[in-house]
Ligand binder design. Sequence first.
Ligand code: CP
Ligand code: NVA
Length: 307
Amino acid sequence: MFQKDLISIHDLTGADVATLFTLAAGMKARPRDFRSALSGKILAMIFEKSSTRTRVSFEAGMTQLGGAAQFLSSRDIQIGRGEPIADTARVLSRYVDGIMARTFAHDTVLELARHATIPVINGLTDLLHPCQALTDYFTMSEKFGKLTGFKLAYVGDGNNMAHSLMYGGPKCGVDVAVATPKGYEPDATVTANAHADATAAGTTLLVTHSKEEAVRGAHVIYTDVWASMGQEAEQQKRVRDFAGWTVTSELLALAHPDAVFMHCLPAHRGEEVAAEVCDGPRSVIFDEAENRLHVQKAILATLMDRP
Ligand code: CP
Ligand code: NVA
């Protein structure tokens, strides 16, 4: 059973994820049946960082479910002038029915969840991006018909996307391989937790410095930007450190013959992915982007349609 909040896929069970995907598929197939699922409910959306997909898909999703969403830039609300996160959580809990937050520090989302009496959804932190990773596994299930026994390879920076994909694999029955350059490995705690989750679920997790090893036989090749939001000052150094780590057609050729390419977007063509791959026949990047809407509507209805 889903907890009050969605902070990390690590907190979910495999059954939670399966139930969510069934609901998301129903909402995608029959959106009109869910037009009043969240009638009269309001979602507050706090953003410390930029967003296209998360902002628009959550707002559109709330409207499609019969509710409404409020965009709150951290620059404009009192958080930006030092009002405590705890007070913000308690105040918003008196007005609205849910909070979605995109923050730098992961602790900010945890603090919001601790003090809010309403559900809090993680819309990306420096550590995790659960809504995106859930959507990616949902998209993978659409492409391949099932997930158990399939393999996802992530190539690039050991960042928030890598972490949430590592957490998602065991909950979906997917083997995960993560390849990074030296010095850009995923977080040690996340890696240890994901290894334990994989062992419990009977899936595998490989963390390596060999992108060829990671990609071999994989059904999904996934990458993300080399410099995430908040790391702009490191951009030039990272471009140097990631030389040779572009996902190319040659790398894709090592994967399973039916493999698809995924990217959470925004993408930097010519850096983490070659344009021919990003815009090529195996790319499903815009299906992923669309599915953010359907999966998040399922998350919203699951968390906010409770007595
Ligand atoms: N993938 C993703 O979260 O995109 P935005 O940064 O545009 O929300
Ligand atoms: N790793 C990227 C993901 C953007 C959706 C970032 O945090 O900027």
